[in-house]
Design a protein around this ligand. Structure first.
Ligand SMILES: Nc1ncnc2c1ncn2[C@@H]1O[C@H](COP(=O)(O)OP(=O)(O)O)[C@@H](O)[C@H]1O
Ligand SMILES: [Mg+2]
Length: 362
């Protein structure tokens, strides 16, 4: 009769045949399995995902089960899923934010393409999937996060530290909380830089798996200030399919590449409109440009979001569609995109080679 240790090694051997589909290595080598217990014909184990928003959760769970049930004498398998989000590896000398594992910037070349909408919904989706999430509105001149999250309040300060507000499980900071109403801010670059630094370093973000940054449009001061002061896990570029928006999206990709920030992928927003009366699909801003641009620049395509009146009303009324949960058909696309972003962050963190992370300054 085989002893307990032989049983466990037999199980580990079987688990070595289960690959992590995106990292292309087996789950034992990647240290994703723990607490393997064999009791008679039943096996229990804990699988540690790299994000609670893992798009491959079910696929991996099934592969583990299938592989173990193939073994002689194993009749039942219990898998407990846990997640531990890896931290960005930065070797460019940027000072991180203590407790914040990953910072993800949402950018576009152009305004009005849906950056804030995507940022808000990704943040809410990731939080709903179990991640600790913050959302920092870096659009100092045109902050829309308070409205889209339905939060209008003043953040409290304790000593030098500012307490973030919270909406839909997401910790929030925005200039809109500090300068509510329609009074415009007229500031020059150094002031902007200083506000961004305070938002990053003086806000009590606490422990976060993901801090999402909603960037202002373009490739100006704020974007540079951000990309050069904190380690970014990557940037997401939002575009509409029109040629004009794509032209600007390419600039946003170029900006990330220039400052050595990984482009996590492209989101095509306002991809098409389905007529509620006749169900005809109308491609108001053309279609497929996001996908084509992603191929051209060899960056992943993260998904396409239809033009839908509820996305606009959700934004205006402060109830983002993602708050309806992953089962809601209208929210599903935001969950898919959020999971792809989270998976890309994991892959980047676990596979980036040191050479890719070193900048040699002349
Ligand atoms: N897919 C969509 N369908 C309908 N309205 C949208 C969609 N995406 C964004 N909007 C609306 O378009 C406007 C601009 O979006 P916003 O997220 O503020 O863009 P940006 O941050 O890029 O300037 C907002 O009123 C928003 O509610
Ligand atoms: Mg915006």
């Amino acid at each position: 009769m085989a002893g307990a240790s032989t049983d466990v090694s037999r199980i580990l051997e079987a688990l070595r045949r289960v690959p992590e589909p995106e990292l292309n290595k087996d789950i034992v080598t990647l240290n994703m399995v723990k607490d393997v217990v064999v009791a008679g014909s039943s096996v229990s184990l804990t699988f540690v995902l790299t994000t609670p928003a893992c798009p491959l959760k079910e696929e991996i769970e099934k592969s583990i089960r299938d592989e173990l049930l193939k073994l002689d004498g194993i009749e039942s398998v219990q898998i407990k899923m846990e997640a531990s989000v890896p931290q960005v590896r930065d070797m460019q000398g940027h000072e991180g934010i203590p407790g914040v594992k990953n910072i993800v910037a949402i950018a576009s070349g152009k305004g009005g393409v849906g950056k804030t909408t995507v940022a808000v919904n990704i943040a809410v989706a990731l939080a709903r999937l179990g991640a600790a999430v913050g959302l920092m509105d870096s659009d100092i001149y045109g902050p829309n996060v308070p409205r889209m999250m339905g939060i209008q309040a003043s953040p409290q300060a304790t000593g030098e530290r500012i307490q973030p507000l919270e909406g839909f499980g997401v910790r929030l900071m925005s200039m809109g909380f500090l300068n509510p109403g329609d009074r415009p801010l007229v500031w020059r670059g150094p002031m902007l830089h200083s506000v961004i630094q305070q938002f990053l370093r003086k806000v009590d973000w606490g422990e976060l798996d993901y801090l999402i940054l909603d960037l202002p449009p373009g490739t100006g001061d704020v974007q540079l200030s951000l990309t050069q002061s904190v380690p970014l896990s990557g940037g997401v570029v939002v575009t509409t399919p029109s040629d004009v928006a794509l032209e600007d999206a390419r600039k946003a990709i170029g900006m990330f590449r220039q400052v050595k920030v990984e482009v996590l992928g492209i989101v095509e927003n306002m991809s098409y409109f389905v007529c509620p009366h006749c169900s005809e699909r109308i491609e108001i801003f053309s279609h497929g440009g996001g996908q084509k641009t992603s191929e051209q620049f060899q960056v992943p395509f993260l998904g396409e979001i239809a033009l839908h009146p509820e996305i606009r009303t959700g934004g205006d009324c402060g109830s983002p569609l993602a708050a309806r949960g992953p089962e809601s058909p209208e929210a599903a696309v935001f969950y898919e995109i959020a999971k792809r972003v989270a998976a890309r962050v994991s892959v980047v963190n676990l596979t980036a080679s040191p050479e890719q992370l070193i900048t040699i300054r002349p």
